[in-house]
Ligand binder design. Structure first.
Ligand code: SF4
Ligand code: SF4
Length: 174
């Protein structure tokens, strides 16, 4: 029968003791610094929010009423998560124009982005000639399933995001 007895020298014993006491003291010092309001590290979200930088890349929004179905965004997308379909406009029909005066020669029949695949690189918004495709400042779009992150921008509820994004006035951290 063998017994494994671990031995430590007196020096190691006191060194371990010192390490335990000093690291606890340092940890408690940091804790109490924040308890005494040395520096605020949390905010009362959602009542208080961080200021989002102007060039932040959040949820994509396509204002389809200004989309000319040019396909540039889908071509630029490195992960191929933009799905566009369009058809030629009836020649007898008057060609509508976007807000910047670009003629809309095609009729957009599908504009879908699978944002679960999107890497938020921003290339699609950079190439959009009418600037209808933008990264909004809306970062509250968590979903329970990946399928729910595939957005049909021609759908009425998604079109209404335009108001939700523009009209949002968060209370920023003071
Ligand atoms: S942000 Fe990048 S990955 Fe996302 S849809 Fe646009 S091009 Fe594709
Ligand atoms: S690049 Fe802009 S205008 Fe062209 S299809 Fe994409 S969103 Fe529409």
């Amino acid at each position: 029968m063998s017994t494994n007895v671990e031995t430590v020298s007196v020096w190691e014993y006191f060194r371990s003791l010192w390490q335990g006491v000093s690291s606890t003291a340092i940890g408690m010092w940091i804790t109490f610094k924040y308890v005494w309001n040395y520096k605020t590290v949390t905010i009362e979200y959602p009542e208080v929010r961080e200021v989002i930088p102007d060039n932040a890349r959040m949820r994509l929004f396509n204002d389809v009423d200004n989309c000319i179905s040019c396909n540039m965004c889908a071509i630029a997308c490195p992960v191929d998560c933009i799905y566009i379909s369009s058809e030629k406009r009836d020649p007898k029909e008057e060609v509508p124009k976007t807000d910047d005066g670009t003629p809309m020669r095609q009729v957009l029949t599908q504009y879908v982005i699978d944002t679960a695949l999107c890497c938020y690189c921003g290339l699609c918004t950079t190439v959009c000639p009418t600037e209808c495709l933008t990264h909004s400042n809306d970062y509250e779009f968590g979903q329970y399933t990946l399928g729910e992150m595939k957005y049909d921008y021609l759908a009425d509820d998604v079109r209404q995001w335009k108001q939700r994004i523009v009209g949002k006035e968060p209370v920023y951290r003071k």
